[in-house]
Design a binder for this molecule. Structure first.
Ligand code: 13P
Ligand code: SF4
Length: 307
């Protein structure tokens, strides 16, 4: 493993490459990354970097977003088959038909979508800024929120917005985090704060939202809460690799995964071996076609301007 890490670091320097990794990747990938972040942080980093090559340790739509933001850079992904159930949950023709049924509606698209969907959208958002983005749209305009029913439903509930419709997509990992699972873990750790990602199935349930120790956050929000809270024990209701970063930042605190099965197999497809291959062979390049990238950039830039 040491040998692999040394080779990765050396090649990265030689090729002026930056390694970006999401919090859900394997611990050894998180440790070798130049920047570790959630979807919003990673998109911002892809915009500001002056590296020649961006190696995106995450899933395919994230690399596509980086390619749209930085079209002059070579964007590589170590695991070609790293997809996402949310991104696969809506096709361009579905969105085009939905827009036709709702002329004049504003399309707010979660960043977990393919570039061709973003090209048909008005605004992008991540779980960190979805609330601000939706709040920035006048109340009397209909919002079509795609593709995550749980995040969309949560935003609709919190804003109290009537003119908002939500697509029926979901993340197969966060969908496992339901009310019963949360309540069961809470009985085992009654003293803990419960930090929940809004992609979770329970995100709109008052049985959870109204409890004093439950908080709804993006992955970066979860990390920030754990750092600043005086509490010692936290139940982590999101993809469980996030605990690697949490434990590193807070060695004396206790982090309990919400369940054993909250694992994104797609994020785990990135390994040290295929990361080294990626740098050596400069594979697999993710390049969004120019015309599509130009259209997809508009909603992404609107998102980055708002927050
Ligand atoms: P964030 O990185 O915005 O928290 O989203 C979570 C996720 O599921 C990424 O695929
Ligand atoms: Fe997609 Fe869910 Fe995996 Fe994130 S955790 S990449 S939303 S399947």
């Amino acid at each position: 493993m040491e040998n692999l890490i040394e080779k990765i670091k050396k090649l990265k320097q030689e090729k002026n490459a930056i390694i970006l990794a999401h919090y859900y990747t394997r611990p050894e990938i998180q440790d070798v990354a130049d920047y570790l972040g959630d979807s919003l942080g990673l998109a911002k980093k892809a915009k500001e970097t002056d590296a020649d090559i961006i190696v995106f340790c995450g899933v395919h739509f994230m690399a596509e977003t980086a390619s749209v933001i930085s079209p002059d850079k070579k964007v590589l992904i170590p695991a070609k088959a790293a997809g996402c159930s949310l991104a696969n949950g809506i096709r361009p023709r579905d969105l085009i038909a939905w827009k036709k049924e709702n002329p004049g509606a504003v399309v707010v698209t979660y960043v977990n979508t393919t570039a061709d969907i973003k090209a048909e959208s008005d605004y992008c958002c991540t779980s960190s800024n979805a609330l601000d983005i939706v709040n920035s749209i006048p109340e009397d305009q209909l919002v079509l929120f795609i593709p995550d029913k749980n995040l969309g439903g949560y935003i609709k509930k919190v804003t109290g917005r009537e003119k908002m419709e939500v697509w029926d997509g979901m993340c197969i990992v966060h969908e496992l985090i339901d009310t019963d699972t949360i309540l069961k873990r809470m009985t085992e750790y009654p003293e803990a704060d419960v930090l929940i990602h809004p992609e979770s199935n329970c995100s709109q349930d008052p049985k959870i939202l109204d409890l004093p120790n439950t908080y709804m956050y993006s992955t970066a929000g979860i990390i920030n809460h754990a750092k600043t809270s005086p509490k010692n024990t936290f139940i982590i209701a999101t993809e469980q690799e996030t605990i690697h970063k949490l434990q590193k930042d807070n060695p004396t605190k206790t982090f309990v995964p919400i369940a054993d099965n909250t694992i994104c197999v797609n994020m785990k497809k990135v390994t040290l071996e295929n990361l080294l291959d990626c740098l050596e062979k400069e594979q697999y390049e993710v390049k969004v076609p120019e015309q599509m990238a130009k259209r997809a950039l508009i909603p992404i830039e609107r998102m980055l301007e708002i927050k």
